[in-house]
Every structure is written in structure tokens, then in C-alpha cells.
Design a protein around this ligand. Structure first.
Ligand SMILES: N[C@@H](CCC(=O)N[C@@H](CS)C(=O)NCC(=O)O)C(=O)O
Length: 194
């Protein structure tokens, strides 16, 4: 299995999830501007979508789209999912909100939006993060152990720090809790983030 990633990109969620699962996997870094791989190959030959994450499975199939990749990881490694009747649906609900609303709201930050656009985005993201903060009653989103949704939210919280978005206190604590986990430390160290 091989994960195509870029440092601090949303693929960090998958990187953490695979390490948390304790599975053997390879990593290949992608230059998102040139679509070149660190090994010298062409990422466009892996996926014409040209973005990370892309996860190549043992049989050679390529999985893309973070919601799908993280859902697949949680299905393969159930400790990273939620084992209640509505568990998988609730995790998908959280992943979808993070991907289609929170992640998308960061676009002006990553793509040099105008200052007014960035200020508006900061307000939107702060409101979206508050939604998670309001529902948080346990150490992680769905209980006392993290799910794949926590790892994606963690990346959003790192982006929030980077782009000076206000983070509710309980989510700052969630971020710190995750940041102390060995799999998270190893992933961040590997990506050169710490
Ligand atoms: N729809 C994709 C979007 C993934 C995405 O936005 N990836 C970013 C990094 S966080 C990327 O690779 N951007 C480079 C590009 O779009 O050219 C998903 O949800 O996985």
C-alpha cells in the first residue's frame, strides 16, 4: 500500500490514520505545483486528478477523495471507526462536513485570496469549528478514542493555527491531545512539520 502525500496537506489525515492502524505502508511525496514525485515520477500517471490524498492498495487499485480514503481505512481498521448502529454514518457526516465545508472554506488562504475574502473565510471557519466544539462531550469526536474524522479535523486545526483562525478552547485541547499521540508525532515528524 502506498500513500501519495504532500506536507501539511489534507493527506496528513490519511498518513496519521495508517500509522494509527499500525499497518505497513509506503509514502511518496508529491509536489502539488509541478505534479512531480520526489522519486522523479509523474503523479499524473497515478491519478489524473492531480491532488492528494491518493492511496494505492495492495492490488494496485487507486483510491482518491479524502472521505472515501478515510472511510476505507476505518472499514479496514475498525478501531478507527465508530462501532454503533449509526457509527459509520455519523463518521461520514463529520468527514463530509470537514471536507465540503471546512476544508473548502480555507481555499482563499491557500490560493492567495484577497484580504476581505480571507477575513470572511476566517469567520466562516470559526463558526464551523464552533459546531464541533458545541457537540464535544468526550476526549475525541466520537468517544474516548480517535476516529478518522478526528484526524481530518486535526489537519483543519493545524491550518487554523497557520492562518490565524480562532479555535474554540475545547478544540485546542483536542488538537493537543492528538498532537501528543505517537502516530501523530511520527507523521508530523516525517512530513517535516515538527
Ligand atoms: N476532492 C479532493 C480534494 C483534495 C485536495 O484539495 N487536495 C489538495 C491538498 S489538501 C491538493 O492536492 N491540491 C493540489 C491541487 O488541487 O492541484 C479530496 O477531497 O480528497
Amino acid at each position: 500500500m502506498k500513500l501519495y502525500y504532500s506536507p501539511l496537506a489534507c493527506s496528513l489525515a490519511d498518513h496519521i490514520a495508517l500509522r494509527e492502524a499500525g499497518v505497513q505502508f509506503a509514502l511518496e511525496r508529491v509536489d502539488l505545483k509541478t505534479k512531480q514525485l520526489t522519486s522523479g515520477g509523474d503523479f499524473s500517471l497515478v491519478t489524473t486528478k492531480g491532488y492528494v490524498p491518493a492511496l494505492v492498495l495492495g492490488d494496485g487499485q487507486v483510491l482518491t477523495e479524502n472521505i472515501a480514503v478515510l472511510d476505507w481505512i476505518a472499514a479496514e481498521y475498525p478501531d478507527l471507526g465508530v462501532a454503533t448502529p449509526l457509527g459509520r454514518t455519523r463518521v461520514l457526516e463529520a468527514l463530509t462536513y470537514i471536507s465540503t465545508e471546512v476544508h473548502r472554506a480555507f481555499k482563499p488562504m491557500w490560493h492567495a485570496g484577497a484580504e476581505t475574502e480571507k477575513a470572511k473565510a476566517r469567520q466562516t471557519i470559526a463558526r464551523q469549528l464552533q459546531y464541533f466544539a458545541d457537540g464535544l462531550t468526550t476526549d475525541y469526536l466520537f468517544g474516548e478514542t480517535p476516529s478518522v474524522a478526528d484526524f481530518y479535523l486535526f489537519v483543519m486545526l493545524l491550518w487554523a493555527v497557520r492562518f490565524e483562525v480562532r479555535v474554540p478552547e475545547v478544540l485546542g485541547q483536542l488538537r493537543d491531545r492528538l498532537a501528543a499521540r505517537p502516530a501523530v508525532v511520527a507523521s508530523m515528524r516525517y512530513e517535516g512539520l515538527i
